[in-house]
Write a protein that binds this ligand. Structure first.
Ligand code: HSE
Length: 324
């Protein structure tokens, strides 16, 4: 059912449909799965209010919560790019107006650019009577990622759109699968007040890896999938290791080695860099453990005079949603 949040009269006094959608933050890579694993969390979530208009083109009317940093030009903003790609795909001459309330910190590694494009897509798709399935919306959101950081990776947009823990089995053609997770898995996110651009965090990576590291990495990838599905917490613990991106990127995060050690000491199954950083994620089997781990990580950041925000939640199996 189409939910009409608001009725706005345009210049011709025709009623315009408006709707609000939320898209959650995500943890991409999940240590060993660079560009192929990602899961959604419950909060924070970006909020988009989308209004259809009869004139063609996408307009971003307002952005809040970004400190004035995000572009209002639709073709430079992930929410705008995604909405434009959607309208082009359905061959629409009509347009849309977007209000974006940023709740995710920018350059945090929590899938900020993805959450905006996904919220815009879910809203505009809904306003058109859902001509596309969630999976069919993925390429539009990936195009927005390309604009944001130069790479059309799907490990943030896919879990934000679909919910749960997602495997990107392949990119050409795009092939995604959902991995069941144990119901008592809690995610800790600690976001230090630092900004890292995904583009920069990708540029530091090496173009090739030794076969020895590849063997370690694909063993961990398979181990994590089996560990989540069984579930086998020992196997999850042993598999939450990344020998490809983390050793290089961790130098960009002050105190990373201590942070990881503290997370494990306080009972986490594992911990690593969320997406391209600097946010740290950890997985635990109880909320209490996840909260203790959050406090321990936050304390490590405090020691080096870095303020941070904490988010603890279960894995969000629903993903983006239209708000009624
Ligand atoms: N897989 C991407 C990366 C996620 O690590 O660069 C970016 O958030």
């Amino acid at each position: 059912m189409l939910f009409v949040l608001d009725i706005i009269l345009n210049d011709d006094r025709k009623p315009m449909k408006s709707i609000k959608a939320l898209a959650p933050a995500t943890v991409a890579n999940v240590s060993c799965g660079f560009d192929i694993f990602g899961f959604a969390v419950e909060s924070p979530a970006d909020e988009v209010i989308m209004t259809l208009k009869s004139e063609s083109g996408v307009i971003i009317r307002q952005i809040t919560g970004d400190g004035g940093k995000l572009p209002l030009e639709a073709n430079r903003n992930t929410a705008g790019v995604a909405a434009e790609a959607f309208l082009k795909a359905i061959g629409s001459d009509a347009g849309a107006e977007i209000i974006l309330h940023k709740k995710l910190p920018l350059g945090s590694g929590m899938g900020s650019s993805a959450a905006s494009s996904v919220a815009a897509l879910v809203a505009i798709n809904h306003l058109h009577g859902n001509p596309f399935t969630r999976e069919q919306l993925l390429p539009f959101a990936m195009e927005a990622e390309r604009i944001a950081c130069g790479s059309a990776h799907a490990d943030n947009v896919a879990p934000s759109l679909l919910g749960g823990f997602i495997l990107i089995r392949g990119y050409d053609p795009l092939d995604v699968a959902s991995i069941p997770t144990p119901p008592n898995l809690y995610c800790t996110l600690v976001h230090p007040h630092l900004e890292l651009k995904t583009e920069d965090s990708r540029r530091v990576l090496k173009a090739s890896i030794p076969i020895k590291d590849a063997i370690t990495q694909w063993g961990n990838i398979a181990g994590l999938v089996v560990g989540l599905m069984k579930p086998d917490y020992g196997l999850i613990m042993r598999s939450l290791n990344d020998v490809v991106a983390e050793p290089i990127r961790s130098v960009l995060i002050p105190g990373f080695a201590n942070i990881k050690a503290e997370a494990i000491k306080h009972g986490a199954l594992g911990s690593g860099i969320s997406g391209s950083g600097p946010t740290i994620f950890a997985l635990s089997t109880e909320r209490g453990i996840a909260e203790n781990v959050a406090a321990a990580i936050q304390q490590q950041f405090e020691k080096i005079k870095l303020k941070s925000d904490v988010f603890v939640s279960k894995i969000n199996n629903e993903g983006a949603r239209v708000v009624e």
